[in-house]
Structure formats: structure tokens, C-alpha cells
Design a binder for this molecule. Structure first.
Ligand code: GLN
Length: 495
């Protein structure tokens, strides 16, 4: 039996194009791998066996006809936040447990046009609110490196599935770190593009001014291939940007001589950020490797970094309270039994359909937007958001990219932070500023470190770039991956 799961998307694409494997064979292989392994991980909400095989047969026809795009026949999974026509789209909520989408999200459509095969829909935190995948209506997802640990969130199902190689790659979304933090926790590569680069149409909204979709894969070169298919202007999304999509694979091999890497002192301040010693050691080693490749390390300041978590936890709940008001038990989704009157229908449908994290965010958001508090909270947070963006703008006058840890610690154990929301929220302390500013950022695996329970878990390093510089980030990440093999390592139980 071939070991297709050890191959990257880039490698599988070359094999498909050369006719060394068919898409049907690959699709069946990964469907079997999901069947054999996902009971342990719970990384999928829905597996689309028949549809995937039909798509694979169509991909094989396209490949035979010649001129098939590079992703033709490559099986992937979508986070269950993306609407998929005719397939359950739950956002991991009881509210949408019965929802079959009548249309495809633009990301799903773009990738389908590029020839990918959709194996299924991955588990996530409910409505993408969470950092550990423990808020899903379909149960917690396990980290493939250690089944006692969380995979991170909210794109934890995608990260765990790719980490265990149940799929070669998957999509994710990132509102405050939900691609980068789970990528870091599961030892994979993830990219959050510039706000507006990828269409949000058909992606169930959490916080509209922050949400952005991106690829989660084994390597930077895989993420480049996936982003090529995902990105682009979409007239159905008024916040998507009318700007040409470059070939993200074109610059991967540029040498890094003279690359200026900024190191924000606030992120490396162990007292403030509480970065674990093992994480710091792995990041320092990676930075030394960049130096050896010809990069220059420059100390910089992002003085308003300490505002990012409080600002985010006003802006994101405020926008979520508005976005989630559409789930009212009337139009679609969950409806309570025997409502007494309209008010009872609203309150019980929402009270029974939403989980507790979602409900508490809606309440915080509604409070922050209410008359009398709007100026004190929401408006203030939006003002502070500008200070955070300005910090990045100033920094990019002096440096090309910024590097920092993706998370203060490695993956924590299931249940460890569920009673302590503040410590849960702080696991995104290094990722949130990026969303508030709208810049692109990646997480790449750079080693291993013990978590608080003494388990050795993957460490992710974050690479942040200026607006629309995804190609530069991918180049910087790819050069490191040519010299190291952290991204190639597989958890023992899934080899
Ligand atoms: N963990 C953050 C939150 O709970 C970010 C989530 C996300 O990026 N979707 O809101």
C-alpha cells in the first residue's frame, strides 16, 4: 500500500499531473484513513464519501483531457464554517445542526473550479469562538501529537486532520488567531491572508471586520498553491479587494540575503507575554537559522500590543452579537418546540440552540453596543485599533517581516482552561493584533517544547508581513522549510 499521506499537496499534484496516481485512488486512500483514524481525533463533522468520489472521477477526466489546473484531483477538507451546497454546514453549533446550505461559499467554489476534491467538513469551535475546539456542539477535537491535549481553535478540526495527515490540506478561518494558533499546536503550516484578500461570501460571519479565510497545510509551498486558488476579488463580498492575485508559488525560491526581520520587544518580554521557556528556546534557534541564511535581526517596538486582547474582546463580541441576530428560530436553523408566543420562540430557540460561550459573547457584545456604552466601549476600541495598526505601519518602514512566537505556550490539555476564560483568551495574545490591523501572518513549525503537563508538543513561529505581502511570507517560510524538517514530522500514532 502506498503511503500517500506522507506526501505534500505539491508532491501529490505532481503525481496526479504525471498520471502516477488517479484522483479516485487518492481520494479512496484518504477516505479510508479518515475512517480508520478519526474516531480518536473527532476532526470531522461530515465526511462526503460519495460526493468526493464523484468529484475525483470528474478530476480524473479533466486530468486525462490535459490542461488541468495544479490542484486538480487533490483531496482536501473545508472547515465547517464554509457554506457547501447540498452538504450540512453547521458551524459546529446545534443552531445549524439541521442546515443544508443551498449554495457554495466563494472559497469553496474557487477551489472546486481549481479541481480539488472535498473529502468533508472539519470540526471547529462553535461559530469559530474559542481557542481549543472545546466549544463545538460535536465534541472536543484531540491533538494528534497527544490525545489528552487540545488541537487549538477555532480551526482545530482542520489542524488536527492535517497534523495526522487524514487530509493533505484543509481550509481554515482566522478572526483572532484561529488558523495560526491551531497550526502551531498541531505542528502544521497555516496562513492568514490580508483582510480582503480572500472572499468572505458564504463563510458564516463571526466578526466581519476581522474574519479572513486561509490555507492550512504541511508546508509553505502547499499553502502557496492553495492560496492561488482561494484568493481574489469577489463582487459578492463588498470588503474583498480588487487587486490582482500574484502567483504565490513564483517567489518561493528567492534567497533571503539582506531580509530585515523585526523582533518586537513586547512579544519577547517573558514577564508580559508569559512565553514558556521551551517555546522561547525553539524560536531563538529558528531565528539563528534565519541569521545563517543572511537575514538581519532588528529589535522593534509595537508599543500598543498590550491593548490587542482587550480591544479584540470588545470588537469581536460586538460584531458577533449583530451577526448572530439572524439566528432567530424563524428563517432557518434550530427552532424550539411549542413556542408560546414570538418572544418565547426567539428566546428559547436562541437559548437552546447556542452554546454557553456563544451566548456570553452575544451578551458582552450587545452590552458594548447599547446606548450609553457604545462610546465608552465600542468606539474606544475602534480608536485603539488604529493605534495598533499604526504600530505595524511604522515597523514596516524599518523591517520586511516581523517574527514572534505564535502562542505563548504549546498545546494545553483538554479541560485545563475551560473554567478560566481569561487564560483561554490569553492564548491568542500573539495572534490578535494581526487581525485588528488586517495584515497577513503565518505560523510554521519550528520545534517542540513541553507543555504545562510535561508533554512534548509542537512549537509554532509566527511570521507577520505588511499588507498584501503574502508572497514574501511564503518565501520566507519556504526557505526555512528547505533547511529544516519540522514540518515533515508526523505524530507517532499516525505514521
Ligand atoms: N480564539 C479567538 C476567539 O475565541 C479567535 C477565534 C478565531 O480566530 N476565530 O475569539
Amino acid at each position: 500500500m502506498s503511503e500517500y499521506h506522507t506526501q505534500t499537496v505539491t508532491e501529490l499534484s505532481a503525481m496526479l499531473q504525471a498520471g502516477k496516481v488517479s484522483s479516485v485512488e487518492l481520494t479512496q486512500y484518504f477516505l479510508n484513513r479518515i475512517k480508520d483514524n478519526d474516531e480518536q481525533l473527532n476532526s470531522f463533522i461530515t465526511v462526503c464519501e460519495d460526493q468526493a468520489l464523484a468529484q475525483a472521477r470528474a478530476a480524473d477526466e479533466r486530468l486525462k483531457a490535459g490542461d488541468a489546473p495544479l490542484l486538480t484531483g487533490v483531496p482536501i477538507a473545508h472547515k465547517d464554517i464554509f457554506c457547501t451546497e447540498g452538504v450540512k454546514t453547521s458551524c459546529a453549533s446545534k443552531m445549524l445542526d439541521n442546515f443544508i446550505s443551498p449554495y457554495d461559499a466563494t472559497v469553496v467554489k474557487n477551489m472546486q473550479d481549481a479541481g480539488v476534491v472535498m473529502l468533508g467538513k472539519t470540526n471547529m469551535d462553535e461559530f469559530a469562538m474559542g481557542s481549543s475546539n472545546e466549544t463545538s456542539y460535536y465534541g472536543v477535537v484531540k491533538n494528534p501529537w497527544n490525545l489528552k491535549a487540545v488541537p487549538g481553535g477555532s480551526s482545530g478540526g482542520s489542524a488536527a486532520a492535517v497534523g495526522a495527515r487524514l487530509v493533505p490540506a484543509a481550509t481554515g478561518t482566522d478572526t483572532g488567531g484561529s488558523i495560526r494558533q491551531p497550526a502551531a499546536f498541531c505542528g502544521i503550516t497555516g496562513l492568514k491572508p490580508t483582510y480582503g484578500r480572500v472572499s468572505r461570501f458564504g463563510m458564516i460571519a463571526f466578526a466581519s471586520s476581522l474574519d479572513q479565510a486561509g490555507p492550512m497545510g504541511q508546508s509553505a509551498s502547499d499553502c502557496a498553491l492553495l492560496l492561488n486558488a482561494m484568493a481574489g476579488f469577489d463582487e459578492k463580498d463588498s470588503t474583498s479587494i480588487e487587486k490582482d492575485v500574484p502567483d504565490y508559488s513564483a517567489d518561493l525560491n528567492k534567497p533571503l540575503n539582506g531580509l530585515r526581520i523585526g523582533l518586537p520587544k513586547e512579544y519577547f518580554n517573558t514577564e508580559q507575554g508569559g512565553m514558556a521557556a521551551g517555546v522561547e528556546a525553539a524560536i531563538k534557534t529558528a531565528l539563528d537559522q534565519y541569521k545563517a541564511m543572511g537575514a538581519e535581526l532588528i529589535d522593534i517596538e509595537l508599543p500598543n500590543s498590550n491593548l490587542s486582547v482587550p480591544v479584540y474582546y470588545v470588537v469581536a463580541p460586538a460584531e458577533c452579537s449583530a451577526n448572530l441576530s439572524r439566528f432567530d428560530g424563524v428563517r432557518y436553523g434550530y427552532r424550539c418546540e411549542n413556542p408560546k408566543d414570538l418572544n418565547d420562540l426567539y428566546t428559547r430557540s436562541r437559548g437552546e440552540g447556542f452554546g454557553s460561550e456563544v451566548q456570553s459573547r452575544i451578551m458582552v457584545g450587545a452590552y458594548a453596543l447599547s446606548s450609553g456604552y457604545y462610546d465608552a466601549y465600542y468606539l474606544k476600541a475602534q480608536q485603539l485599533r488604529h493605534l495598533i495598526s499604526d504600530d505595524f505601519k511604522k515597523a514596516y518602514e524599518k523591517v520586511d517581516v516581523i517574527m514572534a512566537p505564535a502562542t505563548p505556550d504549546t498545546a494545553f490539555n483538554i479541560g485545563e482552561k475551560t473554567d478560566d476564560p481569561i487564560s483561554m483568551y490569553l492564548s491568542d495574545i500573539f495572534t490578535i493584533a494581526v487581525n485588528l490591523a488586517g495584515i497577513p501572518a503565518m505560523s510554521i513549525p519550528v520545534g517542540f517544547a513541553d507543555n504545562a503537563s510535561g508533554e512534548n508538543m509542537p512549537v509554532g513561529m509566527q511570521i507577520m508581513g505588511n499588507y498584501f505581502e503574502e508572497a514574501k511570507l511564503l518565501n520566507v517560510a519556504h526557505q526555512y522549510q528547505l533547511k529544516t524538517d519540522w514540518h515533515k514530522q508526523l505524530p507517532e500514532a499516525f505514521q
